[in-house]
Design a protein around this ligand. Structure first.
Ligand code: GUN
Length: 293
């Protein structure tokens, strides 16, 4: 069994990005600039966005954090998005999800200029991804593909089961895994909360990608020997013994499943750090590749 070290790979990717940024700066150009919009004070979102901003500094990007009150009106948020769309000093930006209930998420995502949509959530970019065209791939699925590539894990002709059908992870990774390419060329089943007897699918899977958000859901008896397990779950579970008052748990019962797995991602330190690295990669891409829509 091999542990897939997302922390290490994400650091390598950040070093590679830093080399490119240094080159950009030595050419007399301004460094890439990523902005993040955060509405409200949700603890997990604050942590993620702070980490995104910190990573920008590590690789030499400019970054802007736009913090807005939880009760901001939808039209005010839309105005802010137009400002970011029109700001030539910003290469890409994200609006951290989830948004408060009074804001229509779909309307917000549609307002983002696809050229600057480094999350890859705009329908234009999602459609391009589904058609195997060059575009921004959502950062978490992009990170999973990069891990599979860098660990040289065979996906061609394999049976992949994706657990979860979210727009951010399950749906896009299922498309990428069965698209032409390497990684890719896999036969994919997506199972979800309404699927009966999920274990009937997971037991046959060569690769399991779980993005469900239920800690410890995938158990030893649900997988076969030699399975590759990618755990996207990052749920905060209350733990009064921990100084923060919680611990982070994945979807996979790691200690039991690792006995059967050929490769497995830990939580934390697996897919999580890759998400930020690939967001930076998309921001770098937004300067060069995608100015020709
Ligand atoms: N919330 C959880 N994951 C993500 C992500 O990748 N991007 C944004 N914008 N919000 C998220």
């Amino acid at each position: 069994m091999k542990i897939i070290d997302g922390k290490n790979i994400s650091n390598l990717i950040k070093e590679e990005i830093k080399v490119e940024v240094d080159q950009i700066i030595s050419n007399g150009e301004r460094p890439p600039h990523l902005a993040a919009v955060l509405v409200g004070e949700d603890g997990a979102s604050l942590t993620y966005v702070a980490s995104k901003v910190r990573s920008c500094q590590q690789v030499g990007f400019n970054s802007t954090l736009v913090k807005l009150p939880v009760d901001i009106l939808e039209k005010e948020l839309l105005k802010k998005i137009q400002e970011l769309n029109n700001d030539d000093n910003i290469d890409g930006f994200i609006v951290q999800l989830p948004l408060p209930d009074h804001i229509d998420e779909e309307k917000i995502l549609l307002a983002i200029n696809p050229n600057k949509d480094v999350d890859g959530f705009h329908p234009t970019n999602f459609g391009k991804m589904a058609l195997n065209m060059k575009t921004f791939i959502p950062a978490t699925p992009f990170g999973i593909m990069e891990l599979l590539k860098r660990y040289d894990i065979e996906t061609k002709g394999k049976y992949t089961v994706v657990i979860g059908r979210s727009h951010i992870v399950g749906r896009p990774i299922s498309i990428l895994m069965n698209s032409k390419g390497n990684p890719g060329d896999s036969t994919v089943t997506v199972v979800h909360s309404r699927t009966k007897n999920i274990e009937n699918y997971t037991k046959n899977a060569d690769i399991i990608i779980s993005a469900l958000g239920i800690p410890g859901f995938v158990k030893n008896e649900m997988v076969k020997d030699g399975v590759v397990v990618i755990d996207v779950g990052i749920t905060r579970v209350k733990d009064s013994n921990h100084p923060k008052g919680y611990v982070i748990r994945g979807d996979v019962d790691f200690d039991s499943v690792k006995q059967k797995a050929s490769y497995i991602t830990p939580v934390p330190g697996g897919v999580g750090p890759m998400t930020i690295a690939m967001l930076l990669k998309n921001t770098l891409l937004s300067r060069s590749l995608l100015k020709n829509y």
